[in-house]
Design a protein. Structure first.
Length: 500
């Protein structure tokens, strides 16, 4: 089994190799010497260093109190989630899965060996609680792939203890800076080792600017590709909202291909969109049922006990299915499949050699507003069609289609924000609000369909269908309230694109 730990730390360097006196740090009553540990770590990556490019580190380390396999994912500056597994000769299967979206079909090889003599001290408060661990590391790095260089340095590392306010690190840093210690220029030992042992290369050029319409669209595509790849480990670990977020990234990509067809050649993007639709469908198998289960369970909680006839809650739970801890085997199988990994490769290829059309080279202020307005025009037609229809199935379909086009307009406006600024940002906000309203209506439609199914099953089992009918009626009222609110909301926003 692998264990996950949130790591909050800061790294420093100085011209001296020792540690300044930290007894003067506010809140520190004593500094306890814990001795010297000898650590030997081998870091793994692909030959083209895909993991380090994503600020991910994978190592096998002996020595110290936490010998084993360590996999670290960035969370924020100075904050990483470290997943640990017991020491073994081979890479744990769990770790292989968590990095698969980056590694794909490439081989993981040893890239750097770091041997460190770690002089450790605990910063302890008056109650004997350890606030942070401070270490002085004498590091020797040896490159194992892509060269044979070596390097040596000394660094100070301050790691916060679980449950301690991160503000404490500011207090320690203030004392260190007064002693002439400065923050490290490298985010990690691995990054510094790779930089200092690499063959000499030309310095990278300046970051590419977003100049043309194509630049802006591709930047948005790249962000969604990065989102899918970055969320893959979280989905495998069943992190909250990860499946939904990955699914949204696939939708954003599909919408972008449709909205900006004058920028990207659809003969190339349409097959990719089909694969994204497949992935979204696989991600939605459990997610849609989970959302409906939450809605029906919450609605049932509001029904007085005297009006609940039969095992309604049990029926709902059985319909939803019991979700085991962690992502389902089916979903992990999807993420391990050649089809999914090939899709990621195709997205990489699209960004490396984009199928740009003539409009891609034009100014964004000319091309992007045109695409956004076209999408908004489709929203207008569908909303006004829905408002003209009587309540019922046809109106439900029109509202659902309007919701889908609203999302597409929102995503197109998101892509245009860097170029168009506040007008596009305002439209994003407006479309999100409309999307939420129309989404409430669609959720009610789906809930009513499920309640009809559950009612039929209960009736066939000889149970009372009264409560299902009660819930159905409440969902009808909820949908009617949305439909009554829609004309006023639409009057307020239908001229939203005039400023673009």
């Amino acid at each position: 089994m692998a264990d996950t730990k949130r790591e909050i730390e800061r790294k420093y360097e100085s011209d001296d190799s020792g540690l300044p006196d930290l007894t003067g740090v506010a809140g520190v009553a004593s500094v306890v010497d814990k001795g010297v540990a000898h650590l030997d770590a081998t870091y793994y990556d692909t030959p083209d260093e895909r993991l380090v490019a994503s600020s991910i580190t994978l190592r096998r380390r002996t020595g110290g109190s936490d010998a084993g396999w360590h996999l670290k994912f960035p969370v924020a500056e100075g904050v990483r989630d470290e997943i640990q597994a017991p020491l073994s000769d081979d890479l744990p299967d769990t770790f292989a899965g968590l990095v698969r979206s980056r590694v794909r079909h490439a081989e993981l090889v040893p890239v750097v060996r770091l041997r460190s003599d770690r002089d450790v001290r605990d910063l302890v408060d008056a109650d004997g609680r350890v606030l942070a661990e401070v270490s002085v590391d004498a590091v020797h790095a040896q490159r194992l792939a892509g060269g044979d260089g070596s390097a040596q340095w000394s660094e100070i590392e301050v790691e916060l203890t679980d449950g301690v306010d991160p503000v404490f690190l500011d207090k320690v840093e203030k004392r260190l800076r007064k002693a002439g210690v400065r923050p490290s220029k490298s985010a990690s030992k691995l990054a510094r080792a790779l930089a200092e042992t690499a063959p000499k290369k030309l310095a990278p050029g300046p970051a590419e600017e977003l100049v043309t319409a194509g630049d802006h669209v591709l930047a948005y595509v790249r962000a969604q590709r990065d989102g899918i790849v970055g969320l893959d480990p979280a989905v495998r670990q069943d992190a909250e909202d990860s499946v939904h977020s990955m699914r949204v990234a696939t939708r954003r990509l599909r919408s972008t291909f449709k909205s900006f067809r004058m920028v990207l050649d659809r003969t190339v993007t349409d097959p990719i969109a089909d694969e994204l639709k497949w992935l979204a469908g696989e991600l939605g198998v459990d997610r849609d049922r989970e959302v409906l289960n939450e809605r029906l369970s919450a609605a049932l909680d509001e029904v007085p006990h005297t009006l609940v006839s039969g095992p309604v809650a049990e029926r709902v739970r059985h319909w939803a299915g019991d979700r085991p801890g962690g992502a389902s085997r089916r979903l992990i199988g999807v993420l391990d499949s050649r089809r999914y990994l090939d899709l990621l490769d195709v997205l990489d290829g699209l960004l490396t050699d984009p199928p740009l059309r003539e409009a891609a080279g034009q100014k964004p202020g000319k091309v992007l507003p045109k695409a956004v307005k076209k999408d908004f025009g489709k929203v207008t037609a569908l909303v006004e069609q829905a408002l003209e229809l009587d309540p019922g199935a046809d109106r439900d379909v029109a509202i659902h289609e309007a919701r889908k086009k609203t999302k597409r307009t929102r995503y197109a406006a998101e892509a245009a924000v860097p170029a168009l600024g506040k007008p596009a940002k305002d439209l994003v906000k407006t479309m999100k609000s409309l999307q939420n309203l129309l989404g409430e209506h669609q959720d009610s439609v789906m809930a009513r369909g499920t309640l009809r199914e559950l009612s039929a099953v209960a009736h066939a089992a000889g149970e009372s269908a009264f409560t299902y009918g009660l819930l159905y009626g409440r969902e009808e009222q909820h949908a009617a309230a949305v439909e009554a609110e829609l004309p006023g909301v639409w009057d307020d926003i239908k001229d939203a694109t005039d400023v673009l």
